[in-house]
Design a protein around this ligand. Structure first.
Ligand code: NDP
Length: 247
């Protein structure tokens, strides 16, 4: 693998995805940004270029498999390969099950679970033909426990954990040199809480994040470390919380 990596990031229009994109571009990697908000993507691309980095974007809704495949194709057309695919797009509209916010449940299932699967489907053929690649999937500490109000979000993030573990084993069995890393962050200050549609839940979470949240740059630092490992070794799982966060 060349030293400079081609990195595709879904949900790259804000928060953790944006932070990873900016950090890795400073290290010389070539970034392919995917998300729905084109204005944000354009701005991030120009910020990266202003810092002498390289990036392109493709407007992508990860709930649409054809659009996710087009994102992979954009990377191949522009840079000729894909070294890292980061399944980062996600949302967290938490609420009590008894509120039956079915639209929120469906959106979480579609983006957090199906979006991750579509990313795997889009990148895997390229990884296999290259005989190298690296998936980084964004779980959450909610992949590791559940709680009142967080059942569906946790379920989707447990699914990300389950998919990642299955993927890792399949790739190891097939000997394709494909690494799989799951990240389980705690409270990171991004736009994520804005996706909560229940006003009372959102207010409580805003307070929690104001008290405990840490910068998305911490996750970018973790990704930088994960990607710096020699290719014979894979960091499979990382939990990273604010030092002060209890749950
Ligand atoms: P943000 O809300 O800042 O970013 C979420 C990103 O997902 C945005 O870029 C958004 O872009 C994108 N997205 C949402 N829906 C879609 C879609 N249908 N298609 C494509 N992209 C989509 O939050 P974070 O940066 O915090 O979230 C990134 C990931 O980190 C998520 O998976 C989240 O669950 C996970 N995480 C976050 C934690 C936190 O405390 N912040 C803790 C643990 C995990 P756009 O709207 O432009 O499409």
């Amino acid at each position: 693998m060349s030293k400079s990596k081609v990195i595709v990031i879904t949900g790259a229009s804000s928060g953790i995805g944006e932070a990873i994109a900016k950090n890795q571009s400073k290290l010389g990697d070539k970034i392919v940004l995917g998300a729905r908000r084109e204005e944000n993507l354009k701005k991030i691309q120009s910020d990266i270029e202003a810092n002498k980095g390289q990036a392109v974007y493709q407007v992508t809704d990860v709930t649409n498999i054809e659009q996710v495949k087009a994102l992979a194709q954009k990377a191949l057309d522009t840079y000729g390969r894909i070294d890292v695919w980061i399944n980062n797009a996600g949302l967290m509209p938490q609420s009590l099950l008894s509120d039956a916010r079915v639209d929120d449940w469906n959106r979480m299932i579609d983006v957090n679970i199906k979006g991750t699967l579509y990313g795997i489907a889009a990148a895997q053929p390229t990884f296999h033909s290259q005989n190298s690649g690296h998936f980084i999937n964004l779980g959450s500490v909610a992949s590791l426990f559940s709680h009142a109000g967080g059942a569906v979000y946790s379920a989707t993030k447990w699914a990300v954990k389950a998919i990642s573990e299955g993927l890792r084993e399949e790739e190891a069995q097939a000997q394709h040199n494909v690494r799989v890393t799951s990240l389980y962050p705690g409270a990171i200050n991004t736009e994520l809480v804005a996706s909560v549609t229940d006003d009372a839940t959102r207010a409580g979470m805003e307070e929690f994040y104001a008290q405990y949240g840490i910068s998305s740059e911490r996750i970018a630092e973790v990704v930088e470390n994960v990607l710096s490992m020699p290719s014979d070794s894979a960091v499979n799982e990382i939990v990273i919380r604010p030092t002060k966060q209890v749950m």
